[in-house]
Design a protein around this ligand. Structure first.
Ligand SMILES: Nc1nc2c(c(=O)[nH]1)N[C@H]1C(S)=C(S)[C@@H](COP(=O)(O)O)O[C@H]1N2
Ligand SMILES: [Mo]
Length: 560
């Protein structure tokens, strides 16, 4: 090993830490550490595209962090970052990783051997993380092993070159202060390998800069190329384009024009697929081809049933407009969306399997192991359109929304019902099994609470005086129906608003209201909904856990 070159304590003067030039000399070493780590992870990620998604140490580490995070952290990430929570996870991993890698680079300046040991320990840890993923196989170790090996080679090369670079700068400084480029200064290392001519120094600098540029190119290139060859979900997206949906045997009724109140800025009645909120624990969208997909219904049933995609597409499919909502939606938040779903009634599938009398729950399982527990009586309800869905707004399910098949259950939050990439329905009992989120403290049944939101005006908007003030938004109480929505200006009386046509009781309902003669200055408007059972949305503020945030949406604005 090259440690004799690097372990040169003599080069460290007592005051080195306080000398800004000395601190600047650390930069090439920090960069060497960061680049070596980036080359390791970038190449491993690129090579992982030949294997399963879990074979990328980045992906497996991210998935493991999600699995191990305390539920308050997961809840926080979902409530505050919504559909961007995975991006935030990657950014945080990137920042922490860069700091660690820079520290390894700094360590390499003192002792290259120790730095290589620490770097190898990180590689081995990530190897264990990859192999412990439920979805990985032994072959998935290869990308981490190969990337790790190349990362260590890079660390050796870059740290060596960084040492050359710093010595060249030190010699340059010593030379200019001593007036002679060839005489080592009195305080510096007696090591004979210090570059002594201007040419040598320029060469050392060029060598480091060249290696650093090459390292940057390799790291950045492998991440970009690897992820564009087969970016998250794109593979499944391409497969989705090949799945041809049959025409529905029971089409959804056309959406009347009156379903919209016609106010700009209100969320459209049907949420386009690309704008539909996305919440799941899957860091990489599972890629499931329709040819390989099956749904197995088992557990407390008289007859186990397995269906293939070809069989499912032969069945008489139904289309329904249903609004999906996330339990983590904060008051006024947008973690809900409305779509026209095409699928087969789950109750018909369960009827084939004939659940036993003692069963009261269906544990649905996704290909990635995620689970939801849904009351059996909801899924077998004759009057509820619980679907094994394959289509969303006239297209096959987008990869992110569960391709090729997911569950959609009107009236229950997604975490207890809307399993994406679903492959299994286990008929069981609430007292025998629990599901992903119920294990983390959330309510076992998760019925959707009556709620409403103001979309217009936007919070803190400035509105022209003289105009009438239009307030508009949406309200929802899936499977119960919205009976009434009321708003109030400041602390005034509640006033009933104009409701859009009810399309069905499973979708949200737009509303609008006009206030005349609002005085100039600051104001607030508050909304509340009342469901068909007569329950009024409470004003009591409560956190989402265990069964959804409560409180009324209130926004402030000012009239000029
Ligand atoms: N496989 C799987 N399905 C899942 C989840 C998940 O984490 N994994 N999250 C659920 C939650 S909490 C919600 S709110 C809905 C969101 O569905 P969407 O992403 O299509 O909007 O999916 C549900 N289905
Ligand atoms: Mo959710």
């Amino acid at each position: 090993m090259t440690e004799t070159v690097h372990e040169t304590p003599g080069t460290q003067e007592p005051a080195a830490g306080r000398d800004p030039r000395r601190r600047r000399d650390l930069i090439p070493h920090l960069l060497a550490g960061v680049l070596a780590a980036a080359i390791f992870l970038g190449l491993a990620d690129l090579i992982s595209r030949l294997f399963g998604p879990a074979s990328s140490p980045l992906v497996s580490l991210g998935s493991t962090i999600i699995t191990l995070s305390p539920s308050w952290l997961q809840d926080f990430a979902i409530s505050y970052f919504g559909s961007n929570n995975k991006l935030v996870l990657y950014l945080s991993m990137g920042i922490v990783g860069m700091i660690l890698a820079a520290l390894i680079g700094a360590l390499a300046r003192r002792s290259l051997r120790l730095a290589v040991i620490v770097f190898s320990a990180v590689v081995v840890t990530l190897l264990v993380v990859v192999l412990l993923r439920p979805e990985s196989s032994p072959l998935d170790a290869l990308p981490t092993l190969i990337g790790g090996g190349l990362g260590i080679v890079s660390l050796l090369l870059l740290s060596g070159a960084a040492t050359g670079f710093t010595r060249a700068s030190q010699a340059g400084r010593a030379g200019s202060s001593a007036g002679s480029p060839t005489t080592p200064s009195a305080t510096s290392s007696p090591a004979a390998d210090r570059p002594s001519t201007e040419d040598d120094r320029a060469h050392s600098r060029r060598r480091f800069l060249g290696l650093a540029a090459a390292g940057t190119a390799i790291a950045a290139g492998s991440i970009t190329f690897g992820r564009s060859v087969n970016a998250f979900g794109v593979g499944a997206g391409e497969a989705a384009a090949r799945l041809v949906l049959p025409a529905p045997a029971v089409p959804a009724p056309a959406i009347p024009a009156g379903a919209s109140v016609g106010v700009d800025g209100v969320a459209p009645f049907i949420t386009p697929n690309n704008d539909f909120y996305r919440i799941d624990t899957a860091l990489v969208v599972p890629e499931l081809s329709p040819e390989d997909w099956t749904l197995r219904i088992h557990g407390l049933v008289e007859e186990e049933v397995t269906i293939t995609m070809a069989e499912l597409l032969e069945m008489p499919l139904e289309e329904h407009h249903i609004t999906l909502a996330c339990v983590s939606n904060p008051v006024g938040g947008d973690l809900l969306g409305n779509a026209t779903w095409l699928g087969y009634p789950i109750r018909e599938l369960l009827a084939r399997a004939r659940p036993l009398g003692e069963a009261d729950m269906v544990l649905s399982r996704s290909i990635d192991g995620w689970t939801a527990s849904t009351p059996l009586e909801v899924l077998t309800d004759e009057d509820r359109a619980c679907l094994l869905a394959v289509g969303m707004n006239g297209e096959p399910l987008p990869a992110q929304h569960g391709y090729p098949a997911r569950l959609v259950v009107p009236g229950l939050y997604g975490y207890v019902s809307a399993t994406k990439w679903v492959t299994e329905l286990e008929v069981t009992r609430f007292d025998a099994e629990t599901a992903y989120w119920t294990d983390r403290g959330w309510d076992a049944r998760g019925p959707i609470l009556v709620a409403s939101r103001i979309d217009v005006p936007r919070p803190l908007a400035r509105v022209d005086s003289g105009e009438e003030l239009v307030v508009a938004g949406t309200a929802w109480a899936q499977h119960e129906g919205v009976a009434e929505v009321e708003v109030r200006l400041d602390d005034g009386d509640w006033e009933s608003v104009e409701l859009a046509d009810e399309v069905n009781i499973d979708t949200w309902r737009q509303w609008r209201h006009t206030f005349a003669d609002v005085s100039s200055g600051r104001h607030a408007v508050t909304v509340r909904a009342i469901n068909a059972a007569g329950e009024t949305q409470t004003d009591e503020r409560r956190d989402p856990i265990p069964n959804a945030a409560t409180g009324q949406h209130r926004i402030e604005f000012s009239v000029d």
